[in-house]
Ligand binder design. Structure first.
Ligand SMILES: CC(C)(COP(=O)(O)OP(=O)(O)OC[C@H]1O[C@@H](n2cnc3c(N)ncnc32)[C@H](O)[C@@H]1OP(=O)(O)O)[C@@H](O)C(=O)NCCC(=O)NCCS
Length: 168
């Protein structure tokens, strides 16, 4: 069963086909995609990503999930936990929000709920989060969640920093 979580301001629910338009807008925004090697995604690329996220959430019971604002039902982006091919023994927590939703604490609020679910319900021993050193906004979310730098590494020619936090 896919997971749905609720916070004060947000519903964290499986991504659905009806999210496709808002998801494509977000993925097409150069500001949102600044730190991704793919750059902005076209509509077909965004739809493919949506399909993969949905499949993996159904398969694993957890995954990357839509962030929906409870006040007005707006789709803000995704947060969640998923496996990463570079670190198959770990589970990664991640986030991507539309630029209009930055600066409100939504990413930290959503990721905190996912972290509590991962350490509580799922009993995971630790979480990691991967980004490039230039992505200071993402690193700030990691630090707010209590993550600390675990390793600097190079994968597929990309220099990354990996933050981690153990279950309390
Ligand atoms: C990474 C990303 C999710 C961070 O978003 P964010 O809005 O900066 O992060 P938060 O939701 O934690 O919000 C924190 C900000 O909201 C402010 N804020 C306002 N109201 C708040 C509230 N009620 N509670 C908490 N913080 C609040 C904080 O002061 C902080 O502001 P600051 O950035 O000026 O210091 C966003 O920049 C993004 O989607 N980037 C593109 C995708 C990406 O790179 N993803 C990561 C890939 S590794």
């Amino acid at each position: 069963m896919p997971t749905t979580l609720t916070t004060d301001r947000l519903t964290l629910r499986p991504m659905e086909p009806r999210d496709a338009d808002a998801f494509a807008d977000l993925n097409a925004d150069p500001a949102v995609m600044e730190h991704f090697t793919t750059g902005p995604l076209d509509r077909a690329g965004s739809d493919r990503l949506l399909a993969v996220i949905r499949e993996r959430h159904l398969r694993d019971g957890f995954g990357l999930a839509a962030v929906e604002r409870r006040e007005d039902g707006a789709f803000l982006g995704f947060t969640g936990i998923s496996s990463h091919r570079w670190y198959p023994d770990d589970v990664e927590i991640g986030w991507r929000l539309a630029a209009h939703a930055w600066g409100h604490g939504y990413a930290t609020e959503a990721a905190t709920a996912w972290m509590e679910h991962a350490f509580g319900e799922l009993g995971l021993p630790r979480l990691i989060s991967i980004t490039i050193p230039a992505n200071t906004r993402s690193i700030a979310v990691m630090r707010r969640l209590g993550f600390t730098l675990w390793e600097e590494a190079t994968h597929e020619g990309l220099d990354v920093v990996v933050y981690a936090r153990k279950a309390a």
